[in-house]
Every structure is written in structure tokens, then in C-alpha cells.
Design a protein around this ligand. Structure first.
Ligand code: ADP
Ligand code: MG
Length: 352
């Protein structure tokens, strides 16, 4: 019997619901497979884990698991998401890719860390000849400053002006940050995307307290709303086909009818019933159970059962960049781092 495992940390609601749903479906459909939380007994090089599929919800926080999953993938487990790509990916690259795909993103620059990485000094950074005036003019102010590789709203700053930047950048210590144009939005969406084919668009209000953020409606009306949601779906699929994620959330801020991709590097997205609410929870449990079953049925031990994005396959924008034909979409429920000095005096700020 093939086994589907879920590897998770502190989350309580989604993993068990996923396991129960897979097992219910397997029983009802007479499938020769079952699901359980992954039990890690020993990790030895070149030795497979006893799972056809593993849904990884935690290796971003536990490096031991990331290494374990690479070995499991090499030995034939279909690991969701691809642990190699997840290790390589970060938000700045994501934005660069979106530019190449023609998907709107806020104007963004990459900032070297305020403090030197451990065991480096000025000399280590001698190739930096940054033009701070030019850099600050890209995003203008107000701006968002956030880690190039991060999540969970950690170290995300909204900066009013250049003085704010001077005050906050030192707090980021050795983090490499993005400095990004603020999108003052009318609508905001978080969109689950599974298997690069199933999209679930959730209106989201990030300005609400945490427990009320998913308690939101689409603000656009009529044909404008239809067109907007179709565009959002199209962008979600294109991004995930290019990146190669099986399980991801893409966020958009919508300004003047244009959806700007804000955050699309969420390979273990929030699926807690207490934050996403019952309807979204039911969708993700059902769709992820179906995906895991499909993958288990297709999986073959000893083969590569990972998903690779069209970018790493050298086919960005080609055939591989097209979403699968059969897609299912739910309408939504109703200073200079110490390395290189400080920005030169007053950079011009733009009005947004
Ligand atoms: N460029 C931006 N314009 C407007 N709001 C933003 C921008 N960047 C981030 N935000 C706000 O900050 C929140 C957290 O930023 P995000 O990029 O999603 O980081 P994280 O990966 O930590 O969730 C977003 O949900 C959004 O509300
Ligand atoms: Mg986010």
C-alpha cells in the first residue's frame, strides 16, 4: 500500500483534516493508499523513506527536514513542494521572474544587509559601488522594506520617508532586504494554487486584525470584477508554472484595476481554519487531498517524481509555461549597509 505523509510543525487544524480526508477518499474509492503524519525513524544517505508522497509544511524552519527531503526525493518520493527549488528561491528572484513573464510587480530594489555577514569586512564587499540616490528613487516613499527571503510578516516595514529608512534599516541587521514601491490598493487577494491547475481566490484585508483578514469581499463590481478575477487567475497559474510550485499562495494588491503580485513565495501557506475560515479551509483540504492522491497514483519509486518549473527547465514562456488545460477556479465567496555607507543626502521622493 502506498503511503502519503504530511510533515508539519506547530499547526494543528490542517494536517489532521488532510490525513482524514485522504483516508476517507481512499476508502470510498477503494484505493490502495493511506495517509498519516510522517514518522521519521532514521535518515540515512541513499535510503528511501517509506512514503510515495510527502506534503512538506515545515522544512523552511527545520533544516534537518530539508536535507532529509532532498534524499527522499532522490529516492523517489514525490515531495510537495520541490525541496531543491524551495532552497533556491527567494522573493527578489520571484519579482525578477514576474517582470520577465509580464506580470505587474511593485518597483523593487535589492539592498545589501546593513551589517556585514559574519566573518566578512569592508574588503569582502569592495565590488559595491552603490548609487543610493538612484536606488531610493526606484521605489519612492512611502515604501515597503521586507526580507528578500522571509515570510509571516516578519521584519516587514512600511517606511514613510527617507528618515524612516535611516531609522529602520539598522534594525534589519544582517538581513538582505527588498525596498519596494507601496501599492495603495482597492482590492487585495490571497490565492491558493495547487498542482499548477487549481486556483482559489480569497479576498483578504491585510489592514484588519489577524482573525478578520479573510473576512473580506471583492470591491470591484460587475464586468470589472469578472475581468479582474480572470486576470488574477491567469497570473497565478503563470507564476506557479514558471516557479514549479505544487502548493503555494500568491498575493495581489489591486490598484486602478491592475493586480500587482506582492508575495508569491509561500510554499507552506497558512491553512489554519482559525485564520482562513471554514469555506477556505474546506477548499484547501479537499483540493490538497485530491492532489496528493493523484501524485501517489502517478509516483514511481526510483524515479524523479518532483515538479520542476519552466524556468529551471529552460522553457520560460514556452510550452511549459502554459497552465494545464484542465483548470478549476472557485469564484471567491462573495544605509548603505555598513558595507557601503549611507544614502547620499536627500533622495527625491515620489508621490504615489
Ligand atoms: N509593496 C507593497 N504595497 C502594499 N502593501 C504591501 C507591499 N508589500 C507588502 N505589503 C503588505 O505587507 C504584508 C506582508 O508583506 P509580504 O510581502 O506578504 O511578506 P510576508 O512574506 O512576510 O507575508 C502584505 O500582506 C501586505 O499587506
Ligand atoms: Mg505575505
Amino acid at each position: 500500500m502506498k503511503k502519503i505523509g504530511i510533515l508539519h510543525g506547530q499547526e494543528d487544524t490542517y494536517p489532521q483534516a488532510f490525513v482524514d480526508r485522504v483516508n476517507e477518499k481512499a476508502k470510498k474509492q477503494g484505493l490502495n493508499l493511506m495517509a498519516e503524519p510522517v514518522a521519521v525513524v532514521k535518515v540515512e544517505q541513499g535510503v528511501p523513506l517509506d512514503y510515495a508522497v510527502i506534503i512538506d509544511r515545515i522544512s523552511q524552519d527545520i533544516p534537518f527536514y530539508r536535507a532529509m527531503l532532498k534524499n527522499a526525493a532522490l529516492c523517489g518520493t514525490s515531495v510537495i513542494n520541490n525541496p531543491f527549488w524551495w532552497s533556491a528561491d527567494e522573493k527578489f528572484f520571484n519579482n525578477c521572474l514576474a517582470v520577465k513573464l509580464g506580470i505587474p510587480v511593485p518597483k523593487t530594489i535589492l539592498l545589501p544587509s546593513f551589517n556585514h555577514p559574519d566573518d566578512t569586512n569592508e574588503k569582502s564587499l569592495r565590488n559595491l559601488k552603490l548609487d543610493w540616490n538612484e536606488m531610493m528613487n526606484v521605489s519612492g516613499f512611502p515604501a515597503y522594506m521586507k526580507p528578500h527571503s522571509g515570510g509571516g510578516w516578519k521584519s516587514v516595514y512600511r517606511l514613510n520617508d527617507l528618515n524612516d529608512f535611516y531609522a529602520k534599516h539598522p534594525e534589519t541587521n544582517q538581513l538582505v532586504m527588498l525596498l519596494q514601491e507601496e501599492i495603495v490598493f482597492d482590492d487585495y487577494f490571497r490565492c491558493y494554487c495547487l498542482d499548477r491547475q487549481d486556483v482559489h481566490i480569497m479576498p483578504y484585508e491585510p489592514r484588519n486584525p489577524h482573525h478578520l483578514r479573510y473576512d473580506s469581499q471583492v470591491k470591484a463590481q460587475g464586468d470589472a470584477a469578472k475581468k479582474l478575477l480572470a486576470t488574477v487567475k491567469d497570473y497565478v497559474l503563470k507564476l506557479n508554472v514558471a516557479l514549479g510550485y505544487d502548493f503555494n499562495t500568491v498575493e495581489f494588491a489591486v490598484k486602478d484595476g491592475i493586480p500587482y503580485a506582492i508575495d508569491f513565495c509561500n510554499p507552506a501557506p497558512d491553512a489554519d481554519i482559525n485564520s482562513v475560515g471554514q469555506a477556505n479551509f474546506d477548499w484547501i483540504v479537499e483540493a490538497s487531498a485530491d492532489m496528493a492522491i493523484r501524485r501517489a497514483q502517478a509516483q514511481e519509486f526510483g524515479k524523479d517524481n518532483l515538479t520542476w518549473g519552466s524556468y529551471v527547465r529552460g522553457n520560460l514562456g514556452g510550452e511549459a509555461a502554459k497552465p494545464a488545460a484542465k483548470t478549476k477556479v472557485d469564484a471567491p465567496a462573495k544605509a548603505e549597509s555598513k558595507a557601503k555607507a549611507e544614502p547620499k543626502a536627500k533622495a527625491e521622493t515620489k508621490k504615489k
